[in-house]
Design a protein around this ligand. Structure first.
Ligand code: MRU
Length: 351
């Protein structure tokens, strides 16, 4: 993986297909440094997903699709190599279903074109990966359009983790709703939960929104209840990593606590996510696999240990919010409301 120049420009691409490889903004180094890495083979793409150089469910999906494409470009025997490439990428992170959705999509394109010449097959896979990215940009805009009317004017929006441009190929899901509300002229500001332990809120959401000139305040995760009770928060909007058929939502650890506190204080709690985040094969959120990450994400700050040597650590990266806490699920095809088993199934069919 190669680091390229430190940039200071205002626009950035989270992930791009280039002749040199798959280029990603390195999210582990933001906001201190804006560095782009080039993944030159599918193993490097898999490492980038696993190490969270790229993260956020839709962005992980785009990365996986591009990983399959770059793997295909470098293979002379796709029948033998495709299963290995797909398996390597699928083993990187278990919770965000967009990863598996993108790999399955690439597999089915492969199945439909494998009778063609090697060059033609490679070209089709590269085109498909770029299509996954381009579609994500359009999907973000539609999510924003559907979500913006739900955001109360003159209030603060609370968000958790980063469901923004960095987590997608476009302008975000939850942050896409916020951006669309601002574009529609609503006078809103944002509270960003810091999102321990990886600090996606402090490092990424705050960085993105500040660049856009959207007024943003960072709060530590344990302050959310205090502000939800204060009457200042008009709604909560978060993203999702996997949504079960009954509307239970897996998202960044801490989301569940925010949802319960929102309901207790009569603040609407919205989830913004593309249809590709639905996993209708799971009847409830209890079946969603929850990733456990390294202890040092909790015990270390920038490589310095802050915990007693040898202490036990739990580090689930996600939790599941039961559907009863969710006021609506904002997708590119409209807003699903309870009962979710019916509304989500209807939206999923409505291609
Ligand atoms: O561990 P991460 O940073 O990949 O987790 C990201 C989240 O939980 C996001 O909220 C989710 O993927 C939605 S991103 C549009």
């Amino acid at each position: 993986m190669t680091n390229t120049a430190v940039l200071t420009q205002h626009t950035f691409e989270t992930i791009e297909w280039t002749p040199d490889g798959v280029v990603m903004i390195d999210q582990t180094r933001l906001p201190r440094e804006t560095v782009f890495v080039t993944c030159r083979d599918y193993i490097e793409v898999a490492d980038a997903i696993r190490n969270m150089i790229i993260r956020g469910a839709p962005a992980i999906g785009v990365a996986a699709a591009m990983g399959v494409a770059i793997g295909a470009l470098q293979s002379d025997n796709l029948d033998a190599d495709m299963p290995v490439i797909c398996e390597t990428l699928a083993k990187t992170r278990p919770t965000a279903v967009n990863l598996f959705w993108a790999i399955d999509r690439m597999k089915s394109v492969y199945a439909s074109v494998r009778h063609l010449s090697l060059d033609q097959v490679r070209e089709r896979l590269v085109t498909e990966a770029q299509k996954v990215r381009d579609e994500d940009i359009a999907i973000n805009e539609s999510i924003g359009r559907h979500g913006a009317p739900l955001v109360p004017d003159g209030k603060t929006v609370l968000t958790h983790c980063n469901a923004g441009a960095l987590a997608t190929a476009g302008f975000g899901t939850a942050l896409g709703v916020i951006r669309a509300a601002v574009q529609a002229g609503k006078k809103i500001d944002v509270f960003a939960d810091e999102t321990r332990p990886f600090l996606q809120g402090t490092r990424l959401t705050a960085w993105e929104l500040q660049r856009d000139g959207i007024e943003t305040t960072i709060i530590t995760d344990n302050m959310a209840g205090h502000f939800l009770k204060s009457g200042r928060i008009g709604c909560v909007v978060v993203g999702a990593d996997r949504i079960a058929a009954n509307g239970d939502v897996a998202n960044k650890i801490g989301t569940y606590s925010v949802a319960v506190l929102a309901k207790e204080n009569h603040v609407p709690f919205y989830v913004a996510a593309p249809i590709s985040t639905l996993d209708l094969t799971l009847s409830s959120g209890d079946q969603i696999p929850i990733e456990e990450r390294a202890a040092k994400e909790v015990t270390e700050v920038r490589g310095i240990s802050i915990a007693p040597e040898g202490i036990k650590v739990a580090n689930p990266a996600f939790d599941v919010t039961p559907n009863r806490y969710i006021s609506g699920i904002i997708t590119e095809r409209g807003v699903a409301t309870a009962p979710y088993t019916e509304s989500l199934r209807r939206l999923a069919k409505n291609a």
